[in-house]
Design a protein around this ligand. Sequence first.
Ligand SMILES: C[S@@+](CC[C@H](N)C(=O)[O-])C[C@H]1O[C@@H](n2cnc3c(N)ncnc32)[C@H](O)[C@@H]1O
Length: 416
Amino acid sequence: MEELNGVASAGINNGNGHHYYHQSSVATNHRLRKPGRISRARGRRDAHVNGARVSSEQVQIQQQQPPCTDFDMAYFHSYAHLSIHEEMIKDRLRTETYRSAIMQHQDYIKDKVVVDVGCGTGILSIFCAQAGAKRVYAVDASDIAAQANEVVKANNLSETVIVLHGRVEDVEINEEVDVIISEWMGYMLLYESMLGSVITARDRWLKPGGLILPSTATLYMAPVTHPDRYGESIDFWRNVYGIDMSPLLPLAKQCAFEEPSVETISGENVLTWPHVVKHVDCYTVTNQELESITTKFDFQSMMRAPFHGFAFWFDVQFIGPGTFSANGDSQSLEGSQRRKRANPNETLVLSTAPEEPPTHWEQTLIYFYEPIEVEQDQHIEGSVTLSQSRENCRFINIHLEYVSGGRSFVKESVLR
Ligand SMILES: C[S@@+](CC[C@H](N)C(=O)[O-])C[C@H]1O[C@@H](n2cnc3c(N)ncnc32)[C@H](O)[C@@H]1O
């Protein structure tokens, strides 16, 4: 037995030489276990569980769940560092929208059971406790869970918030839950592939008619012009202190634009109305439909400009179950409606669009090696496929095909 911040734990070897810990006290109907941001692949893990009693149902759950790989360990390990949580918590738009959403849905939360998928420092769990939740299961596979437990204690919420140190795929919660809350969105929405864990939590524990916050998510893309960025990274090499360094241009283009770039652009960089790449209804989405997403687009440039690449961004909505139609679809909101509302009875939207205040997610840009001159009203047609990388399913492969002015282009990149 090992001691983890005062909590008795039994070591569990995952078969990769790493140890996990099972919390063996605190309450009868839960356990605390820990594995480790940015990688999950199809490796294997030994199923044995040392020093802990495991029911046959639990073994079955473990067998059905994806194994915890070395990529997962590295991913969870990255979330053990406080700086990443600091960055997220200091993103006021993010954190305050979550808090507002929780308070807006207080009627669903008060006296109810909540699970926080990936609790980090415990902040969303504590907001739920403040909203009157009867019990909150705060689950995190990263070592940050131990810190969350301390924060819970310091705020005298140990009776309400139960920290479970382990993957949502593995921990046991022996009751159905009324609410799932999670901040699972990665860059370009799907980076990190954490939505899969929310799906797992939903399918394991959510009561019929339960609430999921956020409830929908939409990924957008649009063509952009960004002469300043192109100039800084590329044209710079044409004249460096009077020296012609243009032989470096091919390398400069490769280094600057081979991979996606997470950066903040403004609405002025965007050449057209956005296209919806994927709309996710968290009540019904399946893991399978997230493995590969393909969409066709046909943009029409609103101006004459050098076209430098495509930008991707997302928004999420916090909608109560009552606002959903019988087929589970949320009411759709268009254009200027997709933003954070002041009126507490209206749908809260957390948007990372270029015209909105910046967030730590910024936007994700796929630049071309050469800009394409487009005329006003010119069409930019093509398709994009986003797929989970085979190397590490938390990474995203991006395959772009597009035609403009009669020329065809293909761009492959990986968000890793
Ligand atoms: C984006 S952070 C959000 C942290 C916190 N909820 C907040 O809003 O500040 C996501 C957290 O989820 C955890 N996480 C990701 N996948 C998980 C899984 N399958 N099981 C448990 N925790 C997970 C990570 O370790 C990380 O701490």
